[in-house]
Design a protein around this ligand. Structure first.
Ligand SMILES: Nc1ncnc2c1ncn2[C@@H]1O[C@H](COP(=O)(O)OP(=O)(O)OP(=O)(O)O)[C@@H](O)[C@H]1O
Ligand SMILES: [Mg+2]
Length: 592
């Protein structure tokens, strides 16, 4: 999906052809009913009060057969007027309903496209954009557009039709005065459109600060524990309060400016309105305009006040929606994860695969290179460890292995087939990264194990047994149905790590990467865990990233990473037998 423009939105509206035709026809009839009503009663001034029988009295006489008392004409015309007003009311409700359905469908489509885009966005872009901003835009800005579509489009049509219908009647009554009135309208619409554009900038500023607030608030709430632990709530919440204050200021600024603008435009119109009324009186005096028709013109002026006011407001809503659309397009502008064709599948019908990095260079941003010319090979069914000091690029290698990011140059292949020929979704189905800091959903343990996918009880039991969680879950009163709290806060760090390992066991991948996935476990539990895992991992490829010698001692081969490069590689015995500087660094990193 590319960016949205109003052209796209109107193309979307046009897809509802049948509904549009019905709604338009209804709008035309509603406008006719609205335009016919106000002339009737004023006509009685001439025909009944001033005793100059004309169109109404003559026709009523024709139907009823004889001339009647004054009250009879007034009653009939009153009933007719009320019926016309009721018809207008019912028709406009029906046509609004039609347009509401169309516009809600379109807003739904925008949200759906937005979600689709977000689901595919590349991790690099996602990290720099911020999740709070994305969620705010998907709610606040889409709502601004929704307001415009659902409230404005229906009113725009009926307003335009009403202006046309009233114009026709006015021209029939007194064309000179009507022209004078009608020529004034384009002026007011041109004038208000200019102001509306400048006011929309304040709406954009308001939505932007709401997004910043939401971003900051969701981050603070997510890291609530850390904020408390650092006793930093005062400064964090002060910062949020400052943002809230800024929302207030910008909100007032927008509300004030838009109020001045809309009411100001309306006032200009009302000034015009009074001028027309004065002109009407003069026309009675200097031309053949009757008092009844003059009153009818006054009535019509009131009738078109509403549609013109609506059009003025629609312009404001349009410019606000345009500003919101520009912001939403920032999401559509985000780069998506590259989609590689599913040409070959090295994982099919295999239990394990090899992974190879060939001269891989990688950086998260333009400034610093994180991985430099990394070449490594992990044979199928082997167990390889990646070690090195903190921040040197181990997790980055793991994330490249599962396709979270792609190398800037060089290649990554699985059984000799490049990721570009496999597709990232297929890779992730078979290469499983047990994350360094697993986060859990605020759901049951069962959900966190299966992610809502169908899974047999036996498989879950087996996963719990291997991941050393069986005893823990058995003791819980609600067992697998226990809720784990936001991010799994109700579980200990080690339990969370084990849930994440159990999830991997259920997923049953060909290649498993443990990124310090057992760092929170005591050495005994870690030992029992790897012992229990032995059978499961026997015919899989295993990559272990760790700082502890205990964790990597089962590795057949070790890569030592330093400053984004492979400094040394070999078996544990070979690395431990090294002399000199490397030995000291290696032993220090592994706390030997
Ligand atoms: N998402 C990211 N965006 C930008 N830079 C990042 C990102 N993740 C990591 N880095 C940078 O990349 C470098 C390598 O980080 P990495 O997480 O791979 O280190 P590590 O070896 O796994 O460290 P540790 O042992 O502490 O887990 C670091 O300098 C870090 O600042
Ligand atoms: Mg790491």
């Amino acid at each position: 999906m590319q960016k949205y423009s109003f052209k796209d939105i109107f193309l979307e509206v046009k897809k509802y052809k049948k509904e549009l035709i019905v709604a338009n026809v209804i709008a035309v009839f509603a406008a006719i009913a609205a335009a016919a009503a106000p002339i009737l009663i004023p006509l009685l001034v001439d025909e009944v009060l001033l005793k100059k029988p004309g169109f109404l009295v003559e026709n009523i006489d024709k139907i009823s057969g004889a001339h009647k008392e004054a009250w009879f004409y007034v009653l009939i015309v009153l009933i007719l007027t009320i019926v016309l007003r009721a018809i207008y009311f019912s028709l406009s409700v029906i046509q609004t309903w039609y347009f509401t359905v169309i516009s809600k469908n379109i807003t739904y489509k925008i949200r759906k496209d937005l979600l689709k885009r977000i689901s595919k966005v590349s991790l690099k872009e996602y990290e720099s954009f911020g999740s709070g901003k994305i969620s705010s835009m998907s709610v606040v800005d889409v709502n601004t557009i929704d307001m415009f579509l659902s409230q404005s489009i229906s009113r725009l049509l009926i307003s335009l039709f009403m202006i046309v219908a009233v114009s026709v009647v006015l021209l029939l009554i007194h064309w000179q005065l009507a022209l004078f009135i009608l020529l004034f309208n384009p002026f007011i619409i041109f004038f208000t459109s200019k102001i509306a554009r400048s006011v929309s900038k304040y709406k954009k500023r308001e939505n932007a600060i709401i997004a910043a607030f939401q971003d900051s608030l969701s981050e603070t709430l997510e890291l609530f524990w850390q904020v408390r632990a650092a006793n930093a709530q005062v400064s964090f919440f002060k910062n949020l309060t400052n943002l809230a204050n800024e929302i207030k200021k910008r909100g007032i600024s927008f509300a004030f400016k838009s109020e001045i603008a809309t009411k100001g435009s309306y006032m200009i119109f009302l000034v015009g309105f009074e001028i027309f009324r004065a002109a009407g009186i003069l026309m009675v005096f200097y031309s053949d305009l009757t008092i009844g028709l003059m009153l009818a013109i006054f009535g019509y002026l009131w009738v078109i006040v509403n549609p013109i006011h609506e059009i003025i407001n629609i312009q404001y809503a349009y410019h606000n929606a345009k500003a919101a659309l520009e912001r939403i397009n920032e999401i559509f502008d985000l780069e998506v994860e590259p989609k590689f064709p599913h040409r070959k599948n090295p994982f099919k019908n295999k239990r394990a695969n090899s992974i190879e990095f060939k001269s891989v260079n990688f950086s998260y941003d333009k400034e610093s290179v994180v991985l430099k010319d990394i070449s490594l090979k992990v044979k199928a069914k082997s167990k390889v460890a990646i070690v090195g000091a903190s921040g040197k690029g181990k997790s980055t290698i793991a994330q490249l292995m599962v396709g979270f990011y792609q190398p800037n140059s060089g290649d990554i292949s699985y059984d000799g087939i490049s990721y570009k020929e496999i597709g990232l979704d297929i890779i992730r189905e078979h290469v499983y990264l047990v994350l360094q800091n697993p986060m859990l959903f605020n759901e049951t343990i069962r959900f966190n194990l299966t992610f809502g996918k169908e899974c047999g009880e036996e498989k879950i039991k087996e996963a719990l047994r291997i991941s050393q969680l069986e005893g823990f879950v058995d003791k819980l009163p609600k067992g697998l149905e226990t809720l784990v709290g936001k991010n799994g806060i109700k579980l200990s760090g080690g339990q969370r790590q084990r849930v994440s390992i159990a999830r991997m066991i259920i997923a049953d991948p060909n290649i498993v990467i443990f990124d310090e996935s057992t760092s929170a476990l005591d050495i005994d539990t870690e030992d029992s865990l790897f012992e229990a895992l032995e059978g499961f991992l026997k015919d899989k490829t295993t990559i272990i990233i760790a700082h502890r010698l205990s964790t990597i001692k089962m590795a057949d081969f070790i890569y030592y990473i330093h400053e984004g490069k492979i400094l040394q590689s070999g078996t544990l015995k070979q690395l431990l037998s090294q002399e000199g500087h490397f030995k000291a660094v290696f032993e220090n990193d592994l706390r030997i």
